[in-house]
Design a protein around this ligand. Structure first.
Ligand code: ZN
Length: 206
């Protein structure tokens, strides 16, 4: 961002969009109590603010967070570039990954199921662009073949995550407590997946 500019955020409820210093800024008003910033895909800024906060207060907050915004817009841009440059896997390579996943993941699931203390049904391997794994209400597990491109501790995390859904079919605190019992450092692994997962997914192509 360059110099301070006057900014015409609307004070009305709901969402308003502005271009501010060449950056798209989206302001979402709600009954929340605090203000938060988030970089959205494309490098824009999303501001979530309470109704009672004045336009001037929001602008002041954003100004104050200028360094944070710059830093995170840069990270987002780099991530986007890596995604665009990600080498697309050929159908043969995808099949090889799926074969590998079928060799690796069922034994991991069997091992961790004992630790979690649950049973499960069938295991299927899929090529998906949106999810790493899933668990059906019948207990069938589904894993993404791209997991084979991730480190083993990340593969284990996804396996444990899905198995814990056998106890809790949600992402409640109780669910995460179950994950934490088996993998106390699951937050680190989840973070890795959040940061690196989209780049791996991009290798699937469109
Ligand atoms: Zn889940």
């Amino acid at each position: 961002m360059g110099n301070r500019v006057s900014c015409a955020f609307t004070a009305s409820p709901g969402i308003s969009r502005k271009i501010w210093d060449g950056m798209e800024v989206e302001v979402i008003r709600s009954s929340r109590k605090t203000i938060s910033l988030e970089i959205i895909p494309g490098g824009g800024l999303r501001v979530r603010a309470p109704y009672r906060m004045t336009q001037r207060q929001i602008v002041a907050f954003v100004e104050e967070k200028r360094d944070w915004i710059e830093k995170h817009r840069k990270i987002a841009a780099e991530r986007q570039a890596r995604k665009e440059q990600a080498e697309r896997l050929t159908p043969e390579e995808l099949r090889a990954l799926a074969d590998q996943a079928l060799k690796v993941l069922p034994s991991r699931a069997a091992f961790f199921a004992l630790m979690v203390g649950v049973d499960y049904g069938r295991i299927t391997i899929r090529n998906q662009r949106t999810r790493w794994g899933s668990c059906s209400s019948k207990g069938n597990l589904n894993f993404n073949c791209l997991l084979m491109l991730a480190p083993p501790e990340i593969q284990d995390y996804v396996v444990v995550h899905e198995l814990c859904h056998r106890k809790e079919m949600n992402h409640s605190a109780r669910f995460w407590a179950e994950v934490g019992k088996v993998l106390p450092d699951y937050r680190e692994r989840e973070k890795w997946l959040k940061n690196n997962g989209p780049i791996l997914m991009a290798r699937m192509g469109m």
